[in-house]
Design a protein around this ligand. Structure first.
Ligand code: CA2
Length: 165
């Protein structure tokens, strides 16, 4: 099988921790090209760059990863545990509403995470109003576009600085 494209971007290492991982689910690689009414016009690369820059300014290592495949995302979550990732930001995209397997991976690794959605899932079709992740999440940000990722990051950076005392 062709190796999945890893859209990761790494910044400086934080002492004593592997930092943050941002996971993007299926079709989010299309951001900025189609459906701007729902998902805005910012590309995934622009979102990842803004997150990496903000994390770097705080001295925190941040990687981002997108896949259109459930098993690849699950394996990235498993690898995150091996890596010692402290917190995750995840937009599971359509897997939000379908994937017990990805939920179980997050529950099994016990890495605290914030769930982010670009669109307001509660203002859309009823099937988008159930998430397999929200009850496990530290919190959920939905409907604030790409800014939602940055808000999630600000929250986690403040947690990291509190954790470090
Ligand atoms: O609002 C969100 O962030 C979603 O997680 C996005 C998912 C959707 O299935 C969820 O219900 C809510 C869909 C991502 C698809 O992204 C595209 C981006 C550009 C063009 C087409 C699809």
């Amino acid at each position: 099988m062709k190796k999945q494209k890893d859209t990761s971007s790494a910044t400086s290492q934080v002492p004593g921790g592997a930092g943050l991982l941002v996971l993007h689910g299926p079709n989010l690689n299309l951001l900025g090209s189609r459906e701007p009414d729902h998902y805005g016009s910012t590309t995934l690369a622009e979102i990842n760059r803004a997150l990496a820059q903000r994390a770097e300014a705080a001295g925190v290592h941040l990687e981002a990863f997108q896949s259109n495949h459930e098993g690849v995302l699950i394996e990235r979550v498993h690898a995150a545990r091996e890596q010692g990732i402290r917190y995750l930001i995840i937009n599971p995209a359509a897997y939000t509403h379908t994937s017990v397997a990805l939920r179980d991976a997050l529950a099994g690794t016990d890495i605290p995470f914030v769930e982010v959605h670009l669109s307001n899932v509660y203002a859309r079709e009823p099937f988008r109003q159930h998430s397999y992740f929200s009850d496990l999440a530290l919190g959920v940000i939905t409907g604030l576009g790409s800014e939602g990722y940055l808000l999630a990051l600000e929250y986690l950076l403040s947690k990291i600085s509190t954790d470090q005392g």
